[in-house]
Every structure is written in structure tokens, then in C-alpha cells.
Write a new protein. Sequence first.
Length: 309
Amino acid sequence: MLSNSSSVGVLTLSTLDLQSRYIYPSFVFGTLIYLIIVFCNLLVLLTIIVSKKLHKPMFILLLNLPISDIVGATALFPHFLFSIITENRHISSEACITQAFFIHIYGTGNLIILSAMAFDRYIAICCPLNYNSILTTQNVIKIIFSVWFLDVFMIFTLFMLLTQYKICRMDVVDLFCNYPSVLKLACGDITSSNYYGMFTLIVIMGCPLMIILYTYVQILVTCIMTNNPDGRRKALQTCCTHVLVFLVLQINANATYILHRSQSQLTVLRKAFGMSVAIFPSFLDPLIYGLNTRELRQCIIMFLRRNVG
């Protein structure tokens, strides 16, 4: 993306500071984490696809979450693991931009997908009589298209602004490439990119947060007022699952951004939060939904018995 404007072809990622005796254990551990992420997310994805009883708006929307998680994990892990085993922290500027682009596609996509899922739960719990008329197949398709269009459009525009700059520094301040760390390598006046980056952050973080807060306050009120204890319990369990996943992503992403913007010397903390944004949501999402959503959990067990047994 920056091949024509970049004067530095090879960048250097922040050192891992691994002692030689920890290289192979770290590589094996990282590989296992990546394989678990891909396996668990593929399991959720395939279970929803093949199980007809899961062909409902809630699970069709959920289907997009493992797709996004696999994109994020694949953007991070292969090069990261390669750099561990080879002890080589170099990366081409094109590969760095590509990695950063897809990691931001993953992070933004997760937030928007969770907002769409919150809207689904809001209609199901607060307007149950109108659920089927509102969330028709056509409307669910429109929601999914809107999710990915907004995601790709905002991140693509953000990274296209980088093409006006030359990359004149080579030391990436993070363990992997992301937009803030790449922008710090650029020469010239980066004011426009900073402003658009802040605007994008406000939209990406603020809008989902407002949607989540509004929908779950309404859901909470409805659950308190309902006379059906079993329905209340199921609704609150589903909502708590969504809120937990959302908070994990929001807290890590905001902490990373604040540490970047503050020019803090807490580099270890910034790197830790940065890695957690890329790893924990994609690792926890399938486990949280697979374990806490009874209908999905039962279908996963049936899917495994049918294909493994």
C-alpha cells in the first residue's frame, strides 16, 4: 500500500527480549494458542453453518464473530511466531501495513458485530412480538452487509491517508504493526491523519458503546419488570455474555490507545495491552459463547459426536 511513498523498505519490530532457552517454549506455546483460536472459532463457525436449528438471526449475526477473530489471529500469529523461531524482528513495510490493516479490520469488526448482536437481543427481549417482522432474512443480510461495509470503509480510508507520507523511520514501537505505531514512523505533517484517526476512534469506540448501553439498559428494565423468572434468567445470561466480550475488547483497546497517545514510558504495559487486544477476544469469544449459550453448546457437542465419533 505504501510501496511508492515509502523510503524505508524494511522495518524493525520491538524486541521480544527472549532468552535463548525460552525461544522454543515460546514458539510452541504461541503455536498452540493460535491453533486453539483457529480450531475453536472454526468449530463455532461450522456448527452454526451446518445446524439448521441455529439458523436464526442471533446465531447468523454471531457467525461473523469467529470470522473476524480468525482474521485477527491470522494477521498476528504467523509472522509473530516466525520472528520468534528465527530471532528476526524485521518486517517489510508492505507486510507491516497489511498486518496493521487486518488487525484493525478485526478489532473494529468485533465492536460493530457486537453492536448488531446487542440490537438483536434488544428486539428479542423488549419487542418479542415484532421480532420476526423486524429481523427478517433480508434485514439480517442488510445488517451483516452494513457491518462489514462500515468496517472495511473506515479502516481502508484510515490507511489510505498513510499513502501521502514517507516512512522515514524503521523502529516500530510495538511487538506487531498497528496504525498508531506505523503513523509514528511517518515524516511530515501528520495532523490530518491524527484528526481522522481520532474521529475514527470516537466513532468505532463511541457508537458501539452507546448502542450497547442503550440496548442493555432497556433489556435490564424489561427483565426486572417481567414476571417470568426463567425468561429473566436466560435473558440476563445472554446479555452478560455479550457485555463480558464487549468489555474485554473495549478496555484493552482503550488502554492501548491512551498509552500510545500519552507518550507514556510504560512501554511494557502498552505492549501487553496491545497483544491482549489481538489475542484475548479471539481466544475467549468462542469459549464464552460456546459454554454460556446452551443451544449453541448442545449443537457443538452434537457436531463433534457426529464428525469425530
